[in-house]
Design a protein around this ligand. Structure first.
Ligand SMILES: NC(=O)c1ccc[n+]([C@@H]2O[C@H](COP(=O)([O-])OP(=O)(O)OC[C@H]3O[C@@H](n4cnc5c(N)ncnc54)[C@H](OP(=O)(O)O)[C@@H]3O)[C@@H](O)[C@H]2O)c1
Length: 275
């Protein structure tokens, strides 16, 4: 088991939801955290909340206001950061967005937005930090995909595309970085009680709502604990939630037959709306 004590983690999306819960768990394990997001005010209030809730010294929480979709900006901010701080031991690419809707109702802007944040944001941060990790000869990169990164969910064409892409990117990079002593983890969280899920509820088509109605919603603190347990064990695939883990294993066992199961779920969601 790897200890987080006296380590440093940079967490994108660390001002909210799963990212903030990860920051709290890491602080409680003796790790310093750099939380990164666009909104400085939200970052500062998350910092205060983290210091209060973890009872850690204020010198262990740093904020990094940054839009991860802008690669030039990411490069500038990360190199400025590395001039005054040591290279983080862990990079958690957690910042992300979702916007459900049936394909024909989703504008091209939505597809570009989700690819920009979920896929390119992850690639930008990895590109900017990896050379420093390689120079040091160690590091752990944790990419947050989603259950929508291993099953195609009705109403999530844009989000699934971006989260499957995160999976493809991470799988290929893992195979390269293995040779450099840089660890990777790929996380597939299920529905989790965060501001993102509240936002999604506004836009879910009725069939997607009926499908989601059958699944449980996890707490961000529980998702964060499972992620960090997996990271500490150098686990590559991390699947929080029992039901979600079963679905992940089932989808691997079933192979193409998984579409039959998904179709029956959609059929019964359609039936439940009509009745
Ligand atoms: N909640 C779920 O049910 C669920 C399920 C599976 C996977 N996930 C994934 O888990 C991750 C965290 O989700 P969450 O539910 O915790 O979301 P959340 O509470 O909405 O937090 C999203 C975070 O990302 C930041 N962010 C968004 N766009 C950004 C950008 N362009 N540059 C930098 N930061 C940006 C936000 O801050 P600013 O707005 O200030 O930038 C915020 O800190 C995401 O990748 C999400 O797709 C979530």
């Amino acid at each position: 088991m790897i200890s987080f004590h006296n380590k440093t983690a940079l967490i994108t999306g660390g001002s909210s939801g799963i990212g903030k819960a990860l920051a709290l768990e890491l602080l409680n394990s003796g790790c310093s955290v750099i939380i990164c997001a666009r909104d400085s005010q939200k970052l500062n209030s998350a910092k205060d909340e983290l210091i209060t809730n973890s009872a850690c010294e204020s010198g262990r929480v740093f904020t990094l206001p940054l839009d991860i979709t802008d690669f030039d900006l990411v490069q500038i901010k990360i190199s400025e950061f590395l001039e005054v701080h040591p290279t983080p031991d862990i990079l958690i690419n957690c910042a992300g967005s979702a916007h459900p809707g049936e394909f024909q109702d989703l504008s091209m802007d939505k597809f570009h937005w989700l690819m920009d944040v979920n896929l390119f944001g992850t690639i930008h941060m990895t590109k900017a930090l990896l050379p420093a990790m390689q120079k040091r000869g160690s590091g752990h990169i944790v990419n947050i995909s989603s259950a929508a990164g291993f099953v195609g969910v009705y109403g999530y064409t844009a989000y699934c595309a971006s989260k499957y892409a995160v999976r493809g990117f991470t799988d290929a990079l893992r195979s390269e970085l293995r040779l450099n002593n840089i660890q990777m983890s790929l996380v597939f969280p299920p529905d989790t009680d965060t501001p993102q899920l509240v936002y999604e509820a506004e836009y879910k088509p009725p069939i997607t709502k009926a499908l989601a109605g059958t699944a449980g919603i996890l707490l961000p603190s529980n998702v964060a604990k499972t992620i960090l347990k997996g990271v500490a064990k150098s686990q590559y695939i991390i699947v929080p939630g029992l039901e979600n883990a079963l679905l992940y294993h089932l989808s691997n066992i079933l192979g193409p037959n998984v579409y039959f199961v998904m179709d029956r779920m959609v059929d019964s969601a359609v039936k439940s709306i009509k009745s």
